[in-house]
Ligand binder design. Sequence first.
Ligand code: TRP
Ligand code: ZN
Length: 881
Amino acid sequence: MRDHQPKIIHRKDYRPPDWLIPTVDLRFDLHEGETFVTATLQLQRNPAGSPREKHLRLDGVGLELLELSVNGMALEKDEYRLQPQCLWLRNAPDRFELRTRVRIHPERNKALEGLYRSGSMFCTQCEAEGFRHITYFLDRPDILSSYRTTVSADAARYPVLLSNGNDVARGEGGDGRHWVTWENPFPMPCYLFALVAGDLARIDDRFVTCSGRAVSLRIFTEHENIGRCDHAMDSLKRAMRWDEEVYGREYDLDIFMIVAVNDFNMGAMENKGLNIFNASCVLASPETATDAAFERIESIVAHEYFHNWSGNRVTCRDWFQLSLKEGFTVFRDQCFSADMGSAAVKRIADVSYLRTAQFAEDRGPLAHPVRPDSYMEISNFYTLTVYEKGAEVVRMLHAMLGAEDFRRGTDLYFERHDGQAVTCDDFVRALEDVSGRDLRQFRRWYSQSGTPVVHVELSHDAVGATCTLTLRQELPDSPGQPADEKQPQVIPVAVALLDARGAERGHAVLELTKRTQSWRFPGWPEPPVPSLLRGFSAPVRLEFDYTRAQLALLMAHDSDGFSRWEAGQRLALQALQRAIDDDEAGFLAGLDYWLDGAGATLAQALGDQPDDPAMLARLLSVPSAAALADAQEVIRPERIVAARERMLDAFAQRHAGLLESCLAGYAPSAPYRFTPEQTGRRALHNTCLDLLCRLGDERHAARALAQFRQADNMTDRLAALQTLVHSHWEQPAGAALAQFQDQWRHDPLVMDLWRSVQASSPRPGTLQRVRELLAEPGFDRLNPNRLRSLVGVFCNQNPRHFHAADGSGYGFLAEQVLQLDAENPQVAARLLGALASWERHEDPLRGQMQEQLERIAATPGLSRDVFDIVTRTLGRQEADG
Ligand code: TRP
Ligand code: ZN
C-alpha cells in the first residue's frame, strides 16, 4: 500500500492558468553522466486567470535546481519554495523573464518519460506529463509557446542534433563539441517538445504541398537499419497528399522528421515537426517485416502526421479532452487506410479490434467515458475507449452529417481554433454550426461510459403487408454511472431489408434517440430478412434473434461487406456457444451450417470471379477467443479454447480437398510486394496452410517447413513458423525455430517475432519456455518491445496458458508487473490490464486473479500508475468530490 493516496484530478475543477508563457528558450548541454538544461521563459499574467493568485506554481520532478533568476536577478531563499513535484515563486510579477538551470540524468531514466537514453542516442517523450522531468514549467496543454532550442553535445558521438521546427543556426563549441539551434514558430504545448541526439543515418525525400511549397522529409535511424525506412517514407507522402485532398490540410513547416527509437513506451509520438517512433512502427523490409507490420506502419505514420492539424495546430485544453485529438485522428487514419486498400476489410479489422478489446474495457472495472471526468494518472487514460471508441463517435458524426457537411465542419473547426487549446465540445459545436443540427443529445457519447445494447425485434403483418422494426436501447451499469441514471443516446442504426431470395429492397439509417422506437416498412407481403447495423454504424452490441437460415442468406447476399462477414461470425459464434454450453447436438448442427458456408467461400475463392482474397480470408476466420469471451457473461477460457479447436479441426477435416486446392491456387507467384492484392493472397494462402497442418498428414508439415525455408518474405516465413510451432509437429517446429534464431539472432526487432510465436503457443510447457527466454543472457527486459513480445503476448494472446487452472499465469504476471514497476511504471500498469476481467471469470480462476491483484495492491512503494490501475480494478477507487 502507498503511505498516502495520490490525489484525483477532476474535469470540473479546470481553471485557466494564471500565467502564460509566450516564448521558451531552452539550452541542453548533453554529457555522458549528466545533462544541464537552461530554460529562459517569458511569463505574463493571463487575463483569463485569477488575479488574486499571487504565487506561481511550476511543475518539476526529479530536477536538481542549480540556478534560479527573475529578470536577471538570482532569487533569495525566501522568494521561492522547492517541493518534490514543484517550484513555487512567491509574489511573481505580472510580466517577467524566468531563468532556471537544472541538472538531470537521462542515462538513469528507465521510465522512458522525459529525456532518456535509448542505446547510443538521447531522445524525449513528453506526452502527457514528461516535460516536467526536463525543466520547471507549467506542464499543461493549454500553455502554448514558441520554442527556440539549442542542443549541445560531443560532435563525434552525437553528430545529429534535432528538435522541433526549422534549424536556424549551428556552430562548434570547445572540446570537440558542437551545437544546433532549432526554432518552431508555431506556438505549441510542451507535451509536443522533442529532442534527439545521436549518430544517426537518414533518408531524404521531398514533398511539394498543394500550394507549391517544397518540404524536406527525413527519416532517421541507426545506421544498420537505414535500408528499412522506405516504406515509412512512402506512407508519409501518401498521408500528406491524402490530408490535403480529403481535409484540405497542408503541412506548415519546411521540414518534417521521423526518428526511429528502440526504447519507447508506446507506438509513436506526434511532436511538432519531429515525430518520434518506436522502431517497430517505422522499420520494414520484405525480409524482416510482415504484411501486418507494413499495414501498421502505414497507419501509424499517417496517424502521427495527421496530428499536425488534429492535435498540434489545434490542441487539447486539458487531458480530459484527449479524445479530441486521439479519437478524431484515429478516425482519420482509419479512413486513410481504407482508401489505400480494401475499405470493407479495413472496417472488419477495426471493428474486430474494437469489439474484442474496447468492449471488454467498457464492461469492466476500468470503464470510463470517452471524455473522462477524473483521473489519478493520465498515462492510464491512453485507452481503447479514448482512441477507438472516440474514433467511432467521430465516425457517427461523419455519417449523421454526411461527408460534405462533416468536411465543412472540420474546416470551420480548424479555422476557428487554429493556435488554440480547446475541448471536445468545441469540436461538436463546429459541426453543429455548419450543419444546423442539434447535437446536444449526441454529446452523451462523450459523457456516458459502457457499451449500449440495442435489442431489435421484427414483426410482420401479412394482411397489411408491412413489417415493423422495434429498437430498444439498454445502457449498462458502469463505474460511477448506474444504469438508471443514464439517458438514452443517439444511436444511428444502418439497416437494409432483404427478400427471401436475398434481393435488397430499401435501406435506411434509423436514428434511435428514445429508449424504444419503431419503424414501419410497407410493401412486404412476406417478412424480410433484416441486415442490421451495416458497416457497424454505431459502437453497440446488437441483439437480434437471427435464425441460421437468415444468417446464411445474409452471408451469401448482403451487399455490405462488413455485414456479410458479420453474418458468418454470428453463425460461428452461435455454434461455438453451444459447445461451450455442452449442447452437443446444437453444436454439431451449427457447425455443419457454418462449415457449409466456409465450403462455399472456398469454392468461391477457386471460381472464375473470386472475391477480394483478403475478404475471403476474413470470411474463413473462426472468431477469436477474445470475440467469444465478449459473447459471454461469464468467461470460461478452457471451454472457449476447446470449442475453437474443435471447430478448426472440423474445418480442416471437412474441407481438406478444397483447402489443398486453395493453397495451390493462391501460392506466391511473384516476388514480394506490399500491395492489397498480394497481401490478401498471402493471408488466404496461409489460412489454408494453417488449417491443413491440423491434419495428421506429414506432407502438410513438410510443406510448411519448405515454405519457412524458401519464402522471400517475413509474412510467409513467420506464418509457416507459427503454424508449425502451434501444431503437433514437434520436429519441424524445432528445426524452424533453430534456423530462425540462427539467421536473426542479431536483430532484436525480428527476434521479437520469434519470441511472440513461442509465447503464444498452445503447447505444454509454454510458461516455462517464456521464463527461459526472459532469463537469456543479453535479454533486455527494460526494453518495452522485448518485454511485450514475451510477457504481453503470453498474457494477452495465450488464453490457454495465461488462464492455466493452477493460477500460474496470473502469478507470473503479478511478478513481472512488480518487478517492472520500479523501473517503468507506464508499461507495468499497461501489463496489469490483463487482469481487468477478473470478475467475469468463475472460481478458481476468479479467486486466483483477485489474489494476485491483492498481492500487488499490498506491495509498498507502488508507482501511481500501477496503484491507480490496481485500485480501480479491485473497485476500491472512489471518485471523490
Ligand atoms: N500521442 C501519441 C499518439 O499518437 C501517444 C503516445 C505516445 C503516448 N507516447 C506516449 C501517450 C507516452 C502517453 C505516454 O497516439
Ligand atoms: Zn495519437
